[in-house]
Design a protein around this ligand. Structure first.
Ligand SMILES: *Cc1c(COP(=O)(O)O)cnc(C)c1O
Length: 401
């Protein structure tokens, strides 16, 4: 008997009832703009920022329109502009090089390792080059966190500013420190497929008053920055307010209202994702031809998706695995495909950037398969998904042998 999975890989959980009630309240009073408050009222957006800063242990937080906007705002805040070059991961998602391009800068891609993290040897070589970029936009792609202690040693020694893209690591840790607390600024996404869901949205954190004052003015504060509960003191704004453009990308109170209860339940959801990840990992371990990504003991990951490698397989065999899994209801994304599809675009599809070939990255990308693990899947669903993948991989592998 061949099993078939019938679940939906893109179905997230509903918004918590508390968030729905708070959203209805905002709709009824009509004050959706974050700075539109009644006498004595504190806006949902300002409260969200205060709660997110407390959750992350950062001094400051800013809520914005998207994760990509949060990244671009961080780049502007650290003064990246037209003609600059920015180091970033070759294995990441399109909004990351897109944010770099949006400020007129160009990405300098760093290779990826078989652990799916940034190659620190390649990074060390690139920061040592003459005219090396002064900013690293570090993407914790798909929740894989590199050795952050070594990364910060390399970047600190070279005077490189780190901005973290934590779109997939909200709630994760390296050696006990929350992801996003190593760099000068960190950006998060609250788009539907990330760790909190407001449809679209982003968050930015920092401990640096000047960077955060710039980010708040950039986001479109209309000089109403005193209404922020998680912003720096007024003097920080005095230093930047005349020289920082307004590039509107604020969050609104409706999204903030549905996010607040989700943040309160983040730890619980992170544990639920990891339980699902563990079941798939166990089910795929020791499958001939398939490489499970080994996670370092210092990495406190949160995995809302699962990746494995079919390293050095032929393109045809990988495509057979994807096709046979799809026939049995298991949706795998392949990062090695020549054409960007869905969420899997490759560095060489970002042709607005001038990039050299990256042999190491190409080999890894050709082998990466990726699946989502929404919390609407039960542990039993995850076990079934792993059985199907294992069965398909074994059949194709044995046929190829
Ligand atoms: C989703 C995502 C972003 C940005 O997200 P938005 O869709 O702009 O909110 C940034 N980096 C990575 C790796 C992502 O997956």
């Amino acid at each position: 008997m061949t099993e078939r999975f019938t679940g939906n890989f893109t179905q997230q959980e509903p918004i918590p009832d508390e968030g729905i009630a708070a959203a209805l309240d905002v709709l009824r009073h009509g004050r959706l703009h974050r700075y539109n408050v009644a006498e004595g009222e504190v806006s949902q957006t300002a409260l969200l920022e205060q709660e997110f800063a407390a959750l992350m242990g950062s001094k400051y937080a800013l809520a914005v329109a998207s994760g990509g906007y949060a990244i671009a705002t961080a780049l502007r805040a650290v003064d990246v502009g037209p003609g600059d070059r920015v180091l970033t991961n070759a294995f990441t998602l399109a909004p990351v090089p897109g944010a770099i391009a949006s400020v007129g800068a160009a990405p300098v891609f760093v290779e990826v390792t078989e652990a799916l993290t940034i190659d620190l040897d390649d990074l060390a070589a690139k920061v040592a080059e003459p005219d090396a970029p002064k900013v690293l936009l570090l993407s914790h792609m798909r929740g894989h966190i590199c050795d952050m202690d070594r990364l910060m040693e390399i970047t600190d020694a070279a005077g490189v500013t780190v901005i973290e893209d934590c779109a997939h690591t909200m709630g994760a840790r390296w050696n006990g420190t929350l992801s996003g607390r190593h760099g000068a600024m960190a950006a998060y996404s609250t788009q539907t497929y990330k760790h909190a869901n407001s449809g679209e949205g982003g968050l930015l954190i920092s401990d640096d008053p000047d960077l955060m004052a710039r980010a708040i003015v950039l986001s479109g504060s209309y000089m109403l920055y005193e209404r922020h509960l998680a912003g720096p003191p007024p003097e920080a704004f005095e230093r930047v307010k005349y020289v920082t453009p307004n590039i509107s990308g604020r969050m609104d109170n409706l999204r903030a209202a549905i996010l607040r209860p989700q943040l309160a339940g983040l730890a619980e959801r992170c544990a639920a994702w990891n339980a699902r990840y563990g079941v798939v990992e166990l089910g795929l371990r020791d499958t001939p031809g398939l490489t499970v990504i080994e996670r370092p003991a210092k990495e406190g990951y949160v995995m809302s998706s699962f990746q494995f490698l079919l390293l050095d397989w032929t393109e045809g065999d990988v495509q057979d695995v994807v096709r046979h899994c799809a026939e049995r209801g298991v949706e795998l994304k392949w990062f090695g495909g020549a054409e960007p599809a869905g969420f899997t675009s490759r560095y060489d599809s970002w042709r607005y950037a001038d990039v050299p070939r990256m042999p190491k990255t190409d080999r890894v990308l050709r082998g990466i398969l990726d699946l989502r693990l929404p919390l609407t899947f039960s542990l039993g669903d995850c076990a079934q998904i792993a059985r199907i993948i294992r069965d398909v991989v074994l059949r194709v592998y044995q046929r190829a042998a």
